[in-house]
Design a protein around this ligand. Structure first.
Ligand SMILES: Cc1cc2nc3c(=O)[nH]c(=O)nc-3n(C[C@H](O)[C@H](O)[C@H](O)COP(=O)(O)O)c2cc1C
Length: 331
């Protein structure tokens, strides 16, 4: 029987309506980006990674911003990072109090700042600690725990596969998300989907596949080839949440200019709601280039948007664009 991306499945006791998931994205995957993905069809959307230390030590911004959850995005997995099981226990408890439905632990982040503290991908070389962290997160929160990891730290390594097996057997994790690139590759190079298929065969719990799913064709092919329970869109969904709808067969083709403009206005409104006008203006600067690509704008035409110093400038640009002749600005 062929599997469909539209098939529902169960993750940690929660029904997920389809097989498309928004990957965790640091500095990006806040409540409104997750909500946007869900509005466009994603069955589940992971949070950006949140510091377990930040939660334990009650950093006001960590609590109020990183743990902000929209009532319509449940069930929501909150991803935590850290290296200390006791801190993870407390951090996970705080995430649960704020409404998390699942706790995801980051064991794949290759960024030096994270790895040198013993968190993220460095846990691939510390399986005992990794298992202790997953156990502590479950005990502290009372929630199902999932883990996102990589194939290994260095080229040719398969430590992630063995660790996934141990996390399932010894810490009872509910699922593994695998990004089958080794950490030293960061985010480049071809992911090893054969390794992902091997993990799917080796463990009973669902495997979510991440990495390289930058086009609809690649996402579908990787879903079929690996047998993964779900596929995670990451960079490929930035500024283009319509990809969720397309992959689910809910729409054809790219969005119209009017649709993208409306969507970006929604994003600007939500960012202001989240951060206030001034901080939203700065925060959104990384978002604009993604939407400029989806709008098909030539570099010069996109410049006022990608360099918009404030949300007012961005809105004014969108107003001009919606009244401008379409062909004049297109790529
Ligand atoms: C800007 C950026 C931020 C990321 N942040 C996280 C994160 O917080 N937690 C995590 O587990 N993975 C993170 N990742 C990895 C992604 O979830 C995903 O595994 C990776 O981008 C591969 O998928 P892609 O090739 O489809 O982009 C991040 C990736 C990028 C590009």
């Amino acid at each position: 029987m062929t599997r469909s991306l539209n098939d529902p499945w169960v993750l940690g006791g929660h029904r997920v309506p389809n097989r498309l998931v928004l990957a965790p994205l640091a500095g990006i995957g806040n409540w409104f980006v997750r909500l946007q993905a869900r509005r466009h069809g994603a069955g589940l959307a992971f949070s950006e990674m949140v510091s377990s230390f930040g939660l334990k030590y009650g950093d006001r911004r960590t609590l109020s911003e990183f743990l902000r959850i929209h009532p319509e995005e449940h069930p929501v997995p909150i991803q935590l990072f850290g290296h200390d099981p006791e801190v993870m226990r407390e951090g996970a408890a705080i995430a649960a109090e704020h409404g998390a439905d699942l706790i995801d632990i980051n064991m794949g982040c290759p960024v030096r700042k994270v790895v040198k503290t013993g968190a993220g991908a460095s846990l691939l070389d510390e399986p005992e600690r990794a298992v202790a962290l997953a156990r502590a997160a479950g005990e502290g929160s009372g929630l199902p725990v999932t883990v996102k990891l990589r194939s290994g730290l260095r080229p040719g390594e398969r430590t992630g596969i063995e660790l996934a097996r141990r996390l399932a057997a010894e810490a009872g994790v509910a699922a593994i998300s695998l990004h089958p690139r080794h950490a030293s590759q960061q985010h480049t190079g071809e992911p090893d989907y054969t390794l992902a298929a091997e993990l799917v065969d080796r463990i009973e719990i669902p495997v979510l596949l991440s990495g390289g799913l930058s086009s609809d064709e690649r996402a579908l092919a990787a879903y079929e080839r690996t047998g993964a329970a779900a596929v995670m869109l990451a960079r490929g969904s930035l500024g283009n949440p319509w990809r969720f709808q397309r992959l689910l067969g809910l729409r054809d083709g790219e969005p119209t200019r009017a649709e993208v403009i409306d969507e970006l206005r929604w994003v600007v409104d939500r960012a202001e709601e989240h951060l206030g006008t001034e901080r939203a203006g700065r925060y959104l600067r990384k978002f604009y280039p993604w939407y400029a690509v989806t709008l098909g704008l030539r570099k010069r035409a996109a410049e006022p948007l990608v360099t918009a110093p404030t949300t007012a400038h961005a809105r004014a640009f969108l107003d001009r664009l919606s009244s401008a002749g379409a062909p004049a600005l297109a790529a």
